[in-house]
Design a protein around this ligand. Structure first.
Ligand code: SF4
Length: 457
């Protein structure tokens, strides 16, 4: 590697770590921009795990919704932009052992006073690739989950699927276990893009999966798209959006490509001494998503958040997202999964080895935690709800006794001065331009003690 390039990269990474909130230009550089929780994960610590036990021993709350999340960390192949801990080499018996541990973990929780007898409002199978499991594994797993936490009050069962694993038999099994919302990881309809970005599937498999899913009458079929994959061009993107519209999914989730530090793409950037990721600039990605939103709207869809368009907003709900963004408890099991009980965030061990060892030792496999304060919970809900493009001032007054226009007057004024935010009666609104870069803008709300958060964690 040329010395000069090494120094440039090292300097740049140092600069990003020291001044993560600054505008670093339009190029896509390495780092996590997406705000999925608050405070950021880098503030969750192993020495805070002790905060979980007292919560679990306390009485079950009467007015807090509960969700279940199960993490399936297996994939056919690792995508070049993937930043999750995924395994592509596990045998069926190793997967069975993992599922046994996950059920055991759920069983331990089912006996805790805080969770005993509670019925989930929603269930989410994420990954990794939940559809990597065999039909038998899925049936057995969900039967046992239902024995521990009955699904008779469940409003949504969401399930992520990779197109290449979704044949008719598998999809029938997924529907029959009770999945209401199937999310298909299409990402793009162009085979060159799929190949260059390391996806396991090709467009033919995406079309086939969509056809089967539609014929099986799932309540909702969502497809995921990514704007700005490596080698993406404007023409490609527009074709991809038009094909997505032709496929008539109930909803479409669109992400702007980011390159976190633990991706294959970042490793290749490091080896080549490059600071800029080989993907479109942020302004290009915003333009592409803006174009896609317009196109979907012209086809009858509605933009319902910074990332989603839906065909029928009356019937297409996002129970998982909306409940979590309103402070629901999330009982999350499996390796690396993120959960939340009574104001305490937690994350499980991020590798299968320590995760399984903890379960064998009859210990909860929690790696790190964070007990949130009243102010942090208020801030968390407020910024996450802003991703919807609107939230209600009275909601926060009723729940937290706080006037958000006062508490957040400075960052709200900042966003207003940038032309992204307005207040209309009881509503705080974010316009399209703001939504297209909402994750960047939300950092303005972070408390001073979290303003040095590191995007690489
Ligand atoms: S399918 Fe998803 S979880 Fe699996 S490697 Fe690709 S991005 Fe990662």
């Amino acid at each position: 590697m040329p010395k000069q390039n090494t120094e440039t990269l090292a300097q740049r990474v140092k600069e990003l770590k020291e001044h993560p909130l600054e505008q670093h230009g339009d190029e896509t550089e390495a780092g996590n921009y997406f705000v999925s929780n608050y405070p950021p994960f880098s503030y969750w610590k192993p020495d805070m795990v002790d905060n979980i036990a007292p919560i679990l021993l306390s009485d079950a709350p009467v007015d807090t919704n509960l969700g279940l999340y199960l993490h399936i960390p297996f994939c056919r192949k690792r995508c070049h932009f993937c930043y999750f801990r995924v395994y592509t080499d596990k045998s069926s018996s190793e997967i069975n052992s993992y599922l046994e541990s996950a059920i055991e973990e759920l069983k331990v929780y089912s006996e805790k006073p805080y969770l005993q007898g509670r019925k989930p409002q929603f269930v989410y199978f994420g990954g990794g690739t939940p559809s990597y499991l065999s039909t038998h594994q899925l049936q057995d797993l969900t039967d046992r989950m239902k024995d521990l936490f009955p699904w008779d009050e469940v409003e949504e069962v969401a399930f992520e699927g990779e197109p290449g694993t979704l044949n008719e038999k598998k999809l029938t099994a997924i529907r029959d276990i009770g999945v209401t919302r199937l999310s298909i990881g299409v990402e793009a309809f162009d085979d060159h893009l799929l190949e260059v970005n390391g996806r396991a599937h090709r467009s033919k498999e995406a079309y086939r999966a969509m056809d089967f899913a539609k014929s099986l009458d799932f309540d909702q079929v969502n497809i995921d798209l990514i704007a700005g994959m490596m080698d993406e061009t404007e023409d490609n993107w527009k074709k991809c959006v038009d094909i997505a519209i032709e496929q008539e999914p109930d909803c479409v989730t669109i992400y702007q490509m980011e390159i976190p530090y633990n991706t294959t793409i970042y490793k290749e950037m490091q080896e080549a001494g490059k600071v800029t990721a080989p993907v479109a600039t942020w302004s290009t990605k915003r333009d592409w998503v803006d174009w896609a939103f317009d196109r979907f709207e012209a086809a009858g869809y509605s933009v319902t958040s910074a990332y989603t368009v839906v065909k029928n907003p009356e019937t297409t709900k996002f129970v998982y997202r909306d409940s979590l963004w309103a402070g629901a408890d999330l009982l999350s099991v499996g390796v690396a999964s993120f959960g939340h009980f009574g104001g305490v965030h937690y994350q499980n061990q991020a590798d299968v080895g320590p995760y399984m060892q903890a379960m064998e030792a009859n210990e909860l496999p929690i790696f790190r935690a964070y007990p949130t304060s009243h102010d942090e919970r208020l801030l968390r809900e407020f910024i996450l709800q802003l991703k919807l493009g609107h939230t209600n001032i009275s909601y926060f007054q009723d729940k937290y006794g706080a006037d958000v226009t006062q508490v957040f007057s400075e960052p709200m004024e900042l966003l207003r001065s940038r032309g992204y935010l307005s207040v209309d009666g009881d509503q705080v609104l974010i316009n399209r331009e703001g939504l297209l870069q909402i994750d960047k803008q939300l950092h303005e709300f972070f408390l001073p003690e979290h303003s040095d958060w590191k995007r690489y964690t």
